[in-house]
Design a binder for this molecule. Sequence first.
Ligand SMILES: [Zn+2]
Ligand SMILES: [Zn+2]
Length: 325
Amino acid sequence: MPGRAFTIRLGNGVEVLGKEEFRFDADVIEPTGTFCISHAHSDHLPKRVVGTSVVCSDTTLRCLNGRSKKQLTQAHRPDIETFDAGHMSGSRMFQVEVNGRRVLYTGDLCTRDRCGNQGARPVKTDVLIIESTYGKPRYVFPPSDLIASLVRDEVEDNFSQGRPVSLYAYPFGKSQDMLRVLREFSPFADQSVFNATALVRSEEDPLECQLWDGDDPDGPFVVICSPWLNRTKQAEALRRRDVKRLAVSGWAIDSGYKVKAGVHEAFPFSDHADFNDLIAFVKACDPEMVITHHGFSDSLAYEIKARLGIEARPLIRGQRSLLEF
Ligand SMILES: [Zn+2]
Ligand SMILES: [Zn+2]
């Protein structure tokens, strides 16, 4: 049935091109066409905005409009189904129909419930385009609750010795998780974490934190800061003092991570699905074909074929996947 074939390729974002055309996490929002933005991490946001409307959550739109002069509105598209991707506040998966086939695009994905975020639930689909950040079998994380309590214990230990703590986490997503985990310690936030938090807080989830100005409060304190803090005055203050430096990242599984990140302790905590989560999610979505991208896409495609017997291939720039059914 050649009439049902369509193409998936990496062009202006992830392009799904059949009788209908969709672009996911595109670099440029063009004046015409359908553009879906999965979440507000900068590697998924457009670099240039020419068009006027996109499909995304309220939170993503707020973050997007907060950093661009050109203001976007939400496109009204009842034909595009959206599902919580569980990755960060407002992160969404999209399901569209192309030439009579259901295509699910996950964006960044976390299927585990963690720190007040509900994980993404599988969606039955014909074609699945899935992220593969941790697409190698060695990336398997301990339960989030366990890591959360280890982080709390670590902070408490340091406080009991009068030692302040800095904790590195990306401003959007993991920082808010850590604000929830460390609520009882009245955490401080650096400017970027503070700004990001202001954009995603809600009445149900107030995410209380104080802005850290680089001065020492009385007694030990914990400050959640961006890994890119290095060049600021605050970073100098953190280095001058006897500060215990912690980080939360899925890459903490790698033995060299602590040294590379310049921290004393690193905890394998992520807002992405780990390898086992990815495989379980693919299985439950029950697709005929999987396209992997973002991260270890070769490895994940290989493992999906080997473990689940489902056709899978990585999305490679310059190559198109023609899907024929
Ligand atoms: Zn992300
Ligand atoms: Zn990403």
